[in-house]
Structures are given as C-alpha cells and as structure tokens.
Design a protein around this ligand. Structure first.
Ligand code: NAP
Length: 461
C-alpha cells in the first residue's frame, strides 16, 4: 500500500511519501536503542522528565486541537468534531499517566513469613517497542500506548497505517516539542512488509499492534518466533443487548451513537443489536428514526454526523457484506445504496432477519451498518452475543440486577458496559479475548505490559 494522504471525502490523493530504506530504519533503531540505554542508567530522573513531558504534551494537544483535528479528518474522514474530541482524549490520557503512572512503577515489597530475606518486585523498562497502529483513531491509538510505554523508560518506534503519514509525523513532532529526547519516539514511514525486519532486530524488545485480525496473526507470530513480548488489540463485533426492563428510547438513541462512532469504523462500535422480543418492535422503531436523522456529508462541516468510510475499497467491501446479507434473505430496513458523487460515502444502513450464514454475522462490519436480532430470553441473547469469534466489548441494557449479574459474568469479552455504550477510558484496562486479541492497554494494567517485572530477593548473609 503506498504511503499517502488521500482525502476520503473527495478521493483526491494530496501527498505521497517515500518509504524508508532498510539502512534508514536501522539508523532509527540504533538511535532508539542508544536513548534507551542512556535513560536506563538514570531511570528515576528519566521517568520524572517524561512525566513532565506528558503534562506538556497534554497542553500542546489542547492548544493545537483544531489543527490536529483537521489533519485527522483530512486523512481518514471522521467528522471534525469527533477528531477534536479524539485529541482532547489524548490530552486526558497524557495527564492520567503523568499523574498516576509513576506510582504504578514503584517497587513493591513482597511480605515474607521470615525476616531472613527481603523481596520486592520492580517494574523496569524493556527497551525499544514497535507500535503498529491503525488509521481509525490515528492519534488516540498511538498516544494511549505511547504514554505508559515511554513513561516507564522505553523507546518507541511507530509504524502507522499507510494512509495517515501526516498524523504519524505530527505525533513525533509533538513529542519533541513536549521535551522528549530525540529518538525516544520516532515515526517510521514503512510498509507492512518491512515490519518483520524491525521485529527481528535484536535491539527491538516488544511489539504492540492495534489492527485487524489478519495483521494480528502476522505480527503476533513474528513476535513469538523472535520470542518478543506482544500485545494485540484487534477487531470486534460487539453485541448491544436490550432487555425489556431497559429504558428503550434511551437505549435506541445510545445504540445509534454506539454504531456510528468514527463513521461506523471503531473496533468497539456496537455492531450486533440483540433485542428481547417483548421490546423488539419498539426498539426497532426508535433505532431507525434515530438512524434516519443522521446527516451524511462533508466531515469538515460541523452539521455533518456521518462522513465517508476510509476508502473506496473499504466501501466496496462494506457494500458487498450488505448485498450478501440481502442475497441470503436478510431484510434491508434502511440505506444500503452507494450514493452518487465523489468520495467514499456510505449511508446509515439497517438490516434484520439476517440468516446465520451471512458474512455480516460472521465478520467484523467496519462502517455504518447495523444488524438487528430478535431473541426470546436472556440465555438466547448471551448465546448470540458469544456466537462470534470476537470478544472485545459488550453493552448490556437492563434494570434487573439478576440479569445484569448473569450477563456481565457470562458474556465473553474484555469489557461489559451496563446501560451505556462501550468506551475506552485511561482509568480502565482495555483489550479483548478470543480473536479480539490479548494483553491490555490503559489503566495500571496497561502501564505494566511493557515492563520487566523483576523479582529481587535479598538474603541476609
Ligand atoms: P490493518 O489493516 O490491520 O492495519 C493496522 C496496521 O497494521 C497498519 O499500520 C498496517 O499497515 C499494519 N499491517 C497490516 N497488515 C500487516 C501485516 N501483515 N504485517 C504487519 N503490519 C501490517 O487495520 P486498519 O484497517 O488500519 O484498522 C482497522 C482494524 O483495526 C479493525 O479490525 C479494527 O477493529 C481494529 N482496531 C482495533 C482496536 C482495538 O483496540 N482492539 C482499535 C482500533 C482498531 P498498512 O496501513 O501499511 O497496511
């Protein structure tokens, strides 16, 4: 895939970038490693400096949020309002780790039954970490993993998605402006076929990938072949379950928001709406009414709620899923037609009565397409929720405590949000189970993913 900025709203390619040579990649890896080695010798001072750097980074992000938001919208097509929110969330993440990170890295004494020995756990950096990142939240995905990884004393190399090179370079510039040493965070403009070269380098000690299942399989196996730590944040097909006791009009309103995050292209967007039969018709009516209100258009226009999907290729793929569902007997309740004109726009689309064998049921649907399911019991709802190979997030709507307790326990996912949509937050660990990946980002658990959890036992002579 060429490294280029192509505006999804017009289809116009505005700028292309050469990929780095293998020699240039090696020079950047050397620099990252040198910085890591030096930083490790004065780790406490390094961590304090980086904590201050994160606070500065938070200020810079807020000061530049309009310009950075425009860059996101230009390169990947989400609405400008949501792009600015993304930048604000990055600032919150930097602030969270600046204020709460260092205490999570403090050595912890281990109580022992005798006083002959003292023992402690230390959380030390491991070296240079490669981050392979997606385009859908081009700042958030990077900042959410970079803040804790850098704070603990590691260096980071970023291989960003090929369609967001300007976002990639902007993030490196921000880290430099925020006072991080040159080389601590470097953007590598490389293709996915060059990722193996970086992972195999002995000076690279871990890799974190956020992206599709296919990329996860490839990067995860490369990491394991080189015996390197990996975290995989992959796709999802999140269920949104509504039981009869829920506030149905509110559930339907939130359901539309949950489906349409990032023009429908979020890993944790709700994708399957599993509704109890007693409230199915009511939910469907409210849901479709809310979907119909969504205005599609220029993502830079503040009145637009739905911008284009990322590319013409992505739109073709999305439309083929819809057509496959209809061809197999699913009902098209709204949308489903490619609009005239430039850009990769696709309308808000709703399907129901889709048979199990349709691809839309089995695969991750990345775009503004919702599938409604009708179920008779909570048990059936949970069975349908667990019936895909994914397990990222889940949203469950009910006012019955026993139902909430059963669902939060039995749904196979990395998170369950009750009476709300699924959203990542610096305070909570985030990640998936099954084919949605492994490892966690965010919170104190995320902070320690790329640390050497070192046991030190000191016995008296
Ligand atoms: P993608 O095609 O998998 O690309 C993600 C990154 O991996 C890009 O930098 C890409 O580079 C690289 N890549 C792709 N194939 C690779 C390979 N075989 N070896 C090495 N690197 C490879 O995914 P995307 O389209 O950018 O993002 C959408 C996907 O990300 C969805 O599945 C979504 O659910 C998932 N996602 C998950 C989370 C989460 O937290 N779980 C968050 C956001 C997105 P190129 O661009 O150069 O191909």
């Amino acid at each position: 895939m060429p490294i280029a900025t192509t505006n999804p709203a017009t289809g116009e390619t505005l700028k292309t970038f050469p990929v780095l040579s293998f020699h240039e990649i090696q020079t950047k890896i050397s620099l990252a490693d040198d910085v890591y080695q030096k930083s490790f010798l004065s780790l406490e001072a390094t961590q304090k400096k980086r904590r201050d750097g994160l606070l500065h980074m938070a200020e810079l992000l807020i000061d530049q949020k309009e310009a950075l938001g425009k860059l996101i919208t230009l390169e990947m097509g989400k609405t400008l309002a949501s792009a600015i929110q993304e930048i604000e969330k990055c600032a919150l993440n930097c602030q969270y780790y600046a204020e709460n990170g260092l205490q999570g890295l403090n050595a912890e004494p281990i109580p022992l039954p005798d006083d002959r020995r003292r023992a402690e756990i230390r959380y030390l950096p491991i070296g240079t970490v490669l981050a392979v990142m997606p385009w859908n939240f081009p700042f958030w995905q990077v900042i959410r993993c970079a803040a804790p990884i850098l704070l603990s004393g590691n260096s980071m190399l970023l291989k960003h998605a090929s369609n967001v090179p300007q976002c990639s370079e902007a993030i490196e510039n921000l880290f430099i402006q925020a006072g991080f040493e040159p080389g601590v965070f470097q953007s590598l403009l490389i293709g996915s076929e060059q990722v193996a070269f970086v992972i195999q380098d002995v000076r690279v000690h871990g890799v974190t990938l956020t992206g599709s299942e296919a990329a996860g399989k490839s990067v995860g196996s490369l990491a394991s072949k080189s015996i390197k730590k990996s975290v995989l944040e992959l796709g999802g097909s999140d269920p949104f379950i509504v039981m009869p006791s829920a506030n149905i009009s509110r559930a339907a309103e939130v359901a539309v928001k949950a489906r349409m995050i990032c023009n429908g292209q979020s890993c944790i967007a709700a994708k399957r709406f599993i509704i109890h039969g007693k409230v199915y018709d009511q939910f469907k009516k409210y849901f479709i009414e809310n979907m119909m209100k969504i205005k599609m258009g220029d993502p830079m226009d503040p009145s637009t709620a739905l911008g284009p999907v990322v590319s013409i290729k992505a739109r073709e793929e999305l439309h083929s899923l819809v057509m496959d569902a209809v061809g197999k007997g699913g009902r098209l309740l709204l949308g489903g037609k490619i609009p005239e004109g430039d850009g990769s726009f696709y309308p808000a689309t709703v399907l129901d009565q889709v048979p199990k064998e349709a691809r839309v049921i089995q695969e991750e649907v990345f775009g503004p397409v919702a599938v409604l399911y009708q179920v008779a019991t909570l048990r059936e709802a949970i069975k349908v929720a667990n019936s895909t190979r994914f397990g990222l997030g889940a949203s469950f709507w009910s006012r019955e405590e026993d139902e909430i307790s059963t669902a939060t326990h039995q749904i196979q996912s990395g998170s369950v949000f009750v009476n709300d949509l699924v959203a990542s937050d610096p305070h909570f660990p985030f990640g998936g189970v099954k084919s949605s990946g492994y490892g966690r980002e965010l919170g104190q658990v995320g902070l320690r993913e790329f640390t050497n959890i070192k046991t030190v036992v000191n016995s008296r002579e």
